[in-house]
Write a protein of this length. Sequence first.
Length: 136
Amino acid sequence: MIRFKIKPKAGRFFFWVIVFDTKAQMRAWWAEYDNVFLGGGYNGESFGAMTIPYEIRKGEARKSEIGTIIFSRQQVGAGTVAHEMGHAAIWYDRLINGNLNAEYGQSIGDAEERVLYLLADLVKQTINQFYKRKVY
């Protein structure tokens, strides 16, 4: 298992990225996480990767850690990475910039551009870490 942090922009907020050797290991980790933190309500038998955003409940202090993104070495292509980083970028935008519904509209505007730049930065960091840690 490989684990590292990625940070949207320069700041204190970050996502953990965990890369498992197999999908079975990743799904077993998810099942345990789901049972402990989410009540075991999601059947995650067929997913190839997942972004797990951390909700902030009313009255809780916002922590720097805002989510975890899990992959297996069996599915770390650019499409999967970009898809999960898209979820991460939208979650960051919801939390930090107040775009609570992640409504980006029919045309390209400031909010959409902001998310696309975040996506590019997160994918770049993740791919660089994959090479550094010999996932590829």
